[in-house]
Design a protein around this ligand. Structure first.
Ligand SMILES: [Zn+2]
Length: 468
């Protein structure tokens, strides 16, 4: 049979294996994976890795804050993702005040549709645990959003334990999964008070305002609460080695819990803040803060051992000039978060695979397959399999690149990874069988990103009350 398109001569990398195979595309789907396929059109991938399009499970594109918005809109943010080899993102819906959840969903769709260059889905934020709000969860699941984000910190978002428990129960009954931002708010408030009294609000002191113990306490508590309720848990952006170890430990004791970390928690350390120039230090303000090298090391080890599962970016871009600079003398006035939607795959290849921290298969798992599976997008996304969407990334494992702001397409005036040396970079990305970007060039400028409905979480979760 002659297929529409055959990607020839590449090395296919999946979570299970690395092998030389051709891959055929028909009608936007992967139609065959075998040696020596023939097609009306061919794309040479010789010398290249062929991987599933990246799935970034944690991004904030065009996100409103009380005073501003993140600097990427859906067009620039998703295009940057595509250039970096990511073809699916999961962003967030953040209902305002008492806004009905589905109304907030419609608004978010209206912002993204027609601009998104890649496929996307949305997590729903639950910041109110009153019965009226929680009663809306089943219809959100029905609409294809099966994951719910909760916070243990931030005024207006954080829920106390009672609210967390009520929300976890509602999500459990609807067949969903909870994502939790874990940092103990009381510890943060006390830390900020201490720093404030000591006159230490310069951005270089920022990490001390959200100490490791804030994250560790909240991760352990949320693990206990979700264990008690019996709802699958996904801990977002883990920054501490001890926090990541808590996830591993709960998994070993039979709990359905997943851990996500981000490139900033693997590749950067606290030194980035220790800069008398506030304008430099604010670049790295994100919550939780960037930690120490010992944390980097433990988190790498847990990615390798399977103790934690995914790499998201928490991409949340604010320009230094005009946005983040409000905090250059006082970190309390700065906007949190760092950008990173574009260099995720490349950073993880050089500093993960090439550096020997993880295998090529684990790289694909953490950046593509595991996020798709956990959030109910597989096998449509995140895998190279017959019948899956033909979201395919051609990755040049030998290309040498110096990462700079100028190279990237993120609409923000800096990258936290400036001047990092990379060997290995995405060469091209196909979205549902169509070449979208190649060699730093936009091939298909027509926004074709679609909203993805997701499946319910499949792994049965038990209520557990044992100590371990
Ligand atoms: Zn986030």
């Amino acid at each position: 049979m002659e297929y529409e398109l055959v990607i020839q001569g590449g090395t296919l990398v999946s979570r299970e294996r690395v092998e030389k195979m051709d891959l055929a595309v028909q009608g936007g789907k992967i139609a065959a994976i075998a040696p020596r396929l023939s097609g009306k059109m061919t794309y040479s991938a010789s010398g290249m890795l062929v991987i599933p399009g990246g799935v970034d499970p944690h991004v904030h594109i065009d996100m409103a804050t009380p005073t501003t918005r993140t600097s990427d809109d859906w067009s620039s943010g998703t295009l940057a993702a595509a250039f970096g080899g990511t073809t699916t993102v999961i962003d967030f819906i953040e209902p305002e005040g008492g806004e009905p959840l589905m109304q907030a969903y419609e608004k978010r769709r209206a912002e993204a549709d027609g601009l998104a260059m890649i496929d996307y889905s949305l997590h729903m934020t639950i910041s109110r645990s009153d019965p009226d709000n929680l009663a809306q969860i089943p219809e959100v699941v029905e609409a294809g959003m099966t994951s719910f984000k909760l916070y243990t910190t931030y005024e207006g978002l954080a829920l106390p334990d009672e609210g967390l428990i009520a929300s976890f129960e509602a999500v459990r009954q609807a067949g969903g999964l909870v994502l939790v931002h874990c940092e103990n708010d009381a510890i943060i408030q006390a830390s900020i008070r201490r720093l404030s009294e000591a006159g230490k609000l310069h951005p270089s002191n920022y990490p001390d305002s959200r100490p490791p113990i804030a994250e560790i306490e909240a991760i352990r508590r949320v693990i206990a609460l979700t264990r008690f309720i019996g709802v699958p848990l996904y801990v977002v952006h883990i920054s501490t080695g001890t926090g990541a170890s808590a996830v591993e430990r709960a998994r070993k004791h039979g709990q359905v819990v997943y851990g996500e970390t981000c490139p900033q928690y693997l590749l950067l350390n606290e030194q980035v803040y220790r800069n008398p120039d506030g304008l430099e230090a604010v670049k790295y303000i994100c919550a939780p803060p960037i930690r120490q090298q010992k944390d980097n090391k433990i988190i790498w080890e847990l990615l390798k051992s399977g103790g934690i599962q995914t790499i998201g970016t928490d991409h949340c871009p604010f320009n230094v000039i005009g946005q983040k600079d409000s905090g250059k003398e006082n970190f309390r006035k700065s906007l949190g978060c760092v950008p990173g939607i574009e260099p995720r795959l490349a950073l993880m290849y050089t500093y993960g695979v090439r550096a020997g921290n993880i295998t090529m298969e684990q790289w694909v798992s953490a950046c593509c397959t595991a996020p798709a599976e956990i959030f109910g997008l597989a096998p449509q996304k995140g895998v190279l399999a017959v019948g899956s969407d033909a979201d395919i990334v051609i990755f040049d494992p030998e290309k040498k690149v110096t990462l700079t702001k100028a190279l990237l397409h993120e609409r923000v005036d800096y990258t936290p990874y400036e001047n990092m040396q990379l060997t290995g970079y995405p060469h091209a990305a196909f979205l549902r069988g169509r070449l979208l970007v190649e060699d730093g060039r936009l091939v298909n400028p027509q926004p074709d990103g679609r909203f993805l409905k997701r499946q319910r979480h499949q792994i049965p979760t038990a209520r557990m009350t044992d100590e371990y």
